[in-house]
Design a binder for this molecule. Structure first.
Ligand code: FAD
Length: 392
């Protein structure tokens, strides 16, 4: 809309408010772009998104803090990976990264210990749901419409008799309403494969929900954590590992772990959705994934049930944290994209399809972390793609 002020645009959302899923249930970190494969979309869009996000927060008075981040190695193999991460981050143009030797770690986080660390002063914290609402206000101010409680159930071609087929050849349908449109951009997170299938596009990559559960540090121990403290990520796994994250409201979150959820929006073990479970059970890729990660997966489940076991991992970084200092906290569910062979899709995926409806659609199919940080850069990327594909 910023580029084409006369264009009419609308957002449809199935919930009664925006940002109810991944955008609200996440770590709230503004990532600097260290981990991602140089040249990948994640690397480029995260570093660009970081700068655009801070500019936007300042311009719109959105509470945020550049608390920095310490990635801490605990053994010789991880020490070597700290150097690799430094090289990778430098290649990705992450600003002001510094290697921190063992004796200096406490200068950055007084109670933290480790063998070596990487310091990223530009990493920050923000409430991404607040950012999303600010985006929504901008969108409405520029004339955009937002339809809440509008669950998309299908897409159809509009008929000639309605006289709409030239201008708005697609009908976006929900239970009791439909909206005619010329083009569609889907960004449905945990349901992105289903939305793609509804437009006649390839349902692959499929989405498998992985819950990330957090623990909350008690008030009496909040002083132990002033910055983000992360482990060195294990390159075999897609997630960054359980970390200490200060929140913008002063809380300290410890997590998230990664366990298979029994519902796409399954925020606890007790939340089970039969349709989601049946779909997962029918997807051979998931069996391959479970087999590949069987041992670490079982350990994650154990730590999820007996959370003092998870605290033992955290004590390697800040030994003063005991299991008595934490309680169970909130959880988020990651929309993890899997290809047909069960391989985790790492990079962002934006694609379209063919056919009368598919050729007028762009799908945001895989937007995992750091997609919140990258959101403004993703928006620019997608706007370019829409202009090119649809010749605006
Ligand atoms: C545990 C966790 C921690 C994370 N930590 C970070 C972090 O620290 N920093 C960071 O940058 N990123 C982080 N992320 C990633 C980030 O949260 C996501 O990349 C981002 O929120 C994705 O936004 P989205 O709009 O694609 O998805 P979502 O926020 O999930 O939005 C999708 C929307 O589509 C709607 N929808 C779905 N189906 C339909 C339908 N049929 N009709 C209408 N509406 C529909 C849903 O209701 C939902 O509101 C984290 C994610 C998780 C889960």
């Amino acid at each position: 809309m910023m580029r084409h002020p006369n264009m009419k645009m609308a957002i449809v959302e199935k919930e009664n408010a925006l940002a109810m899923h991944q955008t609200m249930h996440n770590s709230g970190v503004v990532h600097a772009g260290i981990y991602y494969t140089p040249g990948s979309m994640k690397a480029k869009l995260c570093v660009e998104g970081l700068k655009l996000s801070y500019e936007y927060f300042c311009k719109n008075n959105i509470p945020h803090k550049k608390v920095g981040k310490l990635i801490v190695a605990q053994n010789p193999a991880q020490v070597k990976r700290i150097d690799d991460l430094f090289d990778r981050g430098t290649k990705n143009n992450v600003p002001d990264l510094q290697i921190v030797e063992k004796d200096c770690i406490s200068k950055y986080e007084p109670k933290c210990q480790g063998e070596k660390a990487l310091w990223s002063p530009w990493t920050g914290i923000v409430d991404w749901a607040v950012v999303c609402r600010a985006f929504a206000n901008d969108f409405q101010r520029m004339g955009g419409e937002i339809f809440l409680n509008f669950e998309v159930t299908g897409f159809a071609e509009t008929t000639e008799s309605r006289g709409q087929s030239q201008l708005a050849p697609i009908s976006v349908q929900s239970k009791n309403r439909c909206i005619p449109t010329r083009y569609v951009l889907t960004c449905a997170g945990l349901h992105s494969d289903r939305l793609a299938a509804m437009t006649g596009c390839d349902p692959s990559p499929r989405i498998v929900p992985f819950r990330g559960e957090y623990l909350l540090l008690n008030d009496s121990k909040k002083h132990l954590c002033t910055t983000n403290v992360y482990p060195v990520p294990d390159p075999r796994f897609p997630f960054l590992g359980v970390h200490f994250t200060p929140r913008i409201n002063g809380d300290i979150w410890l997590g998230p772990n990664a366990v298979l959820a029994f519902a796409r929006e399954g925020y606890s073990w007790f939340h089970i959705n039969l349709r989601d479970c049946i779909e997962m059970a029918k997807f051979p890729g998931l069996y391959k994934l479970c087999w590949r990660y069987f041992v670490p997966g079982c350990k994650e489940v154990l730590k999820s049930i007996f959370y003092p076991l998870a605290v033992r991992d955290l004590q390697k970084f800040i030994p003063e944290v005991s299991y008595r200092d934490v309680k169970r906290g909130p959880a988020g569910v990651r929309a993890q994209a899997l290809d047909k062979t069960g391989k985790l899709v790492d990079d962002f995926v934006f694609d379209g399809g063919t056919g009368k409806i598919g050729s007028r659609v762009v799908h945001c199919r895989n937007a995992p972390s750091p997609a919140a940080t990258s959101s403004m850069a993703i928006a620019k990327f997608i706007a370019d793609k829409l202009e090119k594909d649809f010749k605006f």
